[in-house]
Design a protein around this ligand. Structure first.
Ligand SMILES: [Fe+2]
Length: 396
């Protein structure tokens, strides 16, 4: 049977014209036992469509690891490295992760208490919620009515020393059902979006780049992003924006000298746009929470300077300035018509192009709503490629 790709069902909030290429359900193939030829097809489909859904899948942790690793055969360790090391104890990611003992690259995530699970006698899981991360929170009254927020828009990546994983696989084993929630932006726009309970929301980094006005596209192809050392420890005392798209500038980040030992050479400096290895498209890929500096190249020789921002290049180190510029560039792409909130069913397997999308946890569960997912991604064997010289000339 040939592999069949069909568009993902979109919610009423989505603008279908912005999802022509984004997302496919894959049928006619078993993701746990792909032939090399089938895998090549799946790999191409992932880079073309950024998110692939397989329904009703049986997948062991070993099979999930094998599938994830096939996208980058030289990758080995979990995307965030060994999250049990002392140096990341204070990281905001630490409490969210439980490792499958047999296959430590696969993490058990979810909500509630899970018993006798793949060698784990008892795992207490907590669905991350905006209430512990944002500067402000939805009131208890509104929360009781099913109002919620995006938790944290991100790329899965350590952003220090290790390279961002190419793909993340998410496999839903236990999925509590419940009424939709209303995810509010609470940023003065009045925007909100109806989402399935416990959705994972995705936006396309390609769309994020494509919808920018010319002057910001020019800036995007000329800019590199420098992340803080141990960014998740650095940001731990700070609070996020109500949209979950970056950090409020309140001066709460840990001073660099109070971080676990770090080396300048291990800090990540990554292009603002990442080149899709199959389509050649540029994806705006920035994890806004961890950014410390923006390094802007001057315009290439012969380009017109009219209306151009930072034509002679710049290094922006003021956190407030860094963040407001990034927010201006990223916020348009998380508007409700551009968000794909996945409606999880048990045995759904979603593969997403971690170098082509941003995603976030959404919503809140009660303690007795048990949710169990297996997640796998691997620190990549290389850093993402940025725009080519031609890309810079085209957009600068
Ligand atoms: Fe993630």
């Amino acid at each position: 049977m040939a592999i069949e790709l069909t568009p993902l069902p979109l919610p009423a909030s989505a603008d279908p014209s912005k999802f022509v290429d984004f997302g496919r359900e894959v049928k006619g193939v078993s993701p746990g036992s792909l032939t090399p030829e089938q895998f090549e097809e799946i790999k191409n489909a992932l880079y073309k469509h950024d998110a692939l859904l397989f329904r009703n899948v049986d997948l062991t942790p070993e099979q999930q690891y094998t599938l994830t690793k096939a996208f980058d055969p030289q990758s080995e360790s979990y995307g965030h490295g060994n999250n049990k090391t002392e140096s990341t104890q204070k990281s905001i990611l630490h409490p969210d992760l439980k490792t499958i003992p047999r296959v430590p690259q696969v993490q058990l995530i979810g909500n509630g208490t899970v018993y006798n699970h793949e060698g784990l006698a008892e795992a207490m899981l907590k669905h991350p919620s905006h209430t512990t991360f944002h500067k402000t929170r939805v009131s208890l009254e509104d929360e009781a009515k099913g109002i919620t927020r995006f938790y944290r828009w991100h790329i899965d990546a350590a952003l220090y020393d290790l390279s961002p994983p190419k793909v993340t696989t998410l496999y839903g084993l236990q999925v509590p059902r419940g009424p939709n929630q209303i995810c509010r932006y609470d940023d003065g726009t009045g925007e909100e979006i109806s989402v399935p309970l416990g959705t994972t929301a995705f936006v396309s980094g390609k769309t994020m780049f494509d919808i920018l006005p010319r002057e910001l596209q020019s800036l995007a192809v000329r800019t590199k992003v420098k992340y803080a050392p141990h960014p998740y420890v650095w940001m731990a005392p700070s609070h996020a924006m109500p949209t979950g798209l970056g950090i409020e500038t309140e001066g709460l980040e840990l001073p660099f000298e109070q971080l676990p030992p770090w080396e300048e050479s291990k800090r990540k400096i990554l292009p603002m746009t990442w080149k899709n290895p199959v389509t050649g498209n540029l994806h705006f890929q920035v994890h806004p929470c961890g950014v410390a500096e923006l390094l802007i190249d001057p315009l290439p020789e012969g380009s017109t300077r009219e209306g151009v921002l930072y034509p002679d290049g710049a290094r922006i180190t003021d956190l407030g300035e860094v963040r407001s510029l990034l927010y201006k560039m990223q916020r348009p792409a998380i508007a409700p018509p551009l968000v794909y909130p996945h409606d999880w069913h048990e045995k759904d397997l979603v593969l997403f192009h971690n170098r082509g999308v941003l995603h976030t946890v959404v919503g809140a569960f009660t303690k007795d709503q048990v949710r169990a997912f297996h997640q796998c991604n691997l620190a990549a064997s290389d850093d993402p490629a940025g725009p080519t010289e031609e890309d810079v000339k085209k957009y600068a």
